[in-house]
Design a protein around this ligand. Structure first.
Ligand code: NAP
Length: 309
């Protein structure tokens, strides 16, 4: 085992994790965070955050994450950019394994967020990174003056499509219904863009490619099953996310989709184990709500630790 038993270990480093780190550091709990090899979470892949109060001109995702981290570190949050391999939530103090080293903590705050879902249709695996992506911010610039498609009808799809107009000649949004989950403002920004076309009632049934990479997709009509081909050299899948909970190996109660369940305030099914942000949240999933929940989890952990002594 490595060192002393910590009062709090925070796993994950999006807005929920850094806010939990800030609050628990200010409560003198000397928190240790395992931020992951790619610290900062999904917002590291977001170009502009326009809806976080306090930034009238907006702010870049990576920039905000750096500032959140700096703020929490100023009050004593210790951050290690490493992944947690597994945890033991069956005996206290709880165990956390990182690069083969064992750490122990009286309480744990899980803020590991969520990751993109892929379509899983024929031809996808081979074209990942050769034309098919889940991150326009990361890969959009590869498609200058080319035709790309974006799959999905939520805010992510609208955001990706609008961002891709900076590079692509044409962006087609492919959605399986004619009702959009996206917020009105983001839908309208996309639908009114001269480079964006929207195809409704279409599912991608397979991807088409040649030796140079992606060349198109077969679209199947969700009403009558008819098929058509669409040409594209890039495709961005924006159909939602799934929670990152594999390292828990089923030790906490979750819903049927794997999202961690809260039992009392932000406490999970294990005493002293708290969860915040997208790993819990199936409804709001915003940077501001994740940050708010990270604050709640830190306060709940502090009060729970007090009650133990
Ligand atoms: P989402 O709102 O859950 O939308 C997912 C979309 O993908 C839906 O249109 C869904 O269609 C479609 N879909 C799901 N599975 C599919 C499949 N197998 N095949 C084809 N289409 C499929 O997810 P999201 O857009 O990632 O947004 C998640 C949350 O993050 C939301 O709360 C959103 O507001 C937030 N967000 C906010 C911003 C921002 O404010 N800047 C940006 C991005 C995301 P159906 O509608 O038919 O189910």
């Amino acid at each position: 085992m490595t060192g002393v038993v910590r009062k709090v270990i925070i796993i994950g480093s999006g807005p929920a994790g850094y806010t939990a780190g800030l609050y628990s550091a200010r409560a003198l709990l000397e928190p240790l965070m395992f931020a992951g090899y790619m610290s900062g979470g999904q917002l590291m892949l977001t170009s502009d955050i326009e809806n976080f109060p306090g930034y009238p001109q907006g702010i870049g995702g990576p920039e905000m994450m750096m500032e959140l981290r700096e703020q929490a570190e100023r009050f004593g949050l210790e951050v290690q950019d490493k992944n947690v391999e597994r945890v033991d939530l069956n005996s206290r103090p709880y165990g956390v394994w990182v690069e083969g080293e064992e750490y122990r903590a009286e309480s744990i705050i899980i803020c590991t967020g969520a990751e993109s879902i892929w379509l899983g249709v024929e031809g996808e695996e081979a074209q990942k990174g050769r034309g098919i992506s889940t991150c326009a911010t990361c890969d959009g610039a590869f498609f200058k003056d080319e035709e790309v498609i974006v799959v999905g009808g939520g805010d992510s799809a609208m955001e990706e499509a609008t961002f891709l107009t900076r590079f692509a000649k044409k962006v087609t949004i492919v959605h399986r219904r004619d009702v959009f989950r996206a917020s009105k403002v983001m839908y309208e920004r996309a639908v009114n863009h001269e480079k964006i076309e929207i195809k409704t009632f279409k599912n991608v049934s397979s991807w088409l490619s040649d030796e140079n990479g992606l060349t198109g997709a077969v679209l199947e009509d969700s009403r009558d099953g008819s098929k058509e081909n669409i040409d594209c050299t890039g495709a961005f899948i924006a159909i939602g996310h799934k929670p990152i909970t594999k390292f828990l190996e089923g030790q906490l109660e979750t819903d049927s989709s794997g999202y961690i369940l809260h039992k009392e305030n932000t406490m999970t099914s294990k005493e002293g184990v708290f969860a915040a942000g997208d790993v819990v949240d199936t409804r709001y999933r915003q940077a501001i709500t994740a940050a708010g929940m990270g604050c709640q989890a830190a306060i709940d952990a502090e009060k729970w630790l007090e009650s133990q002594h």
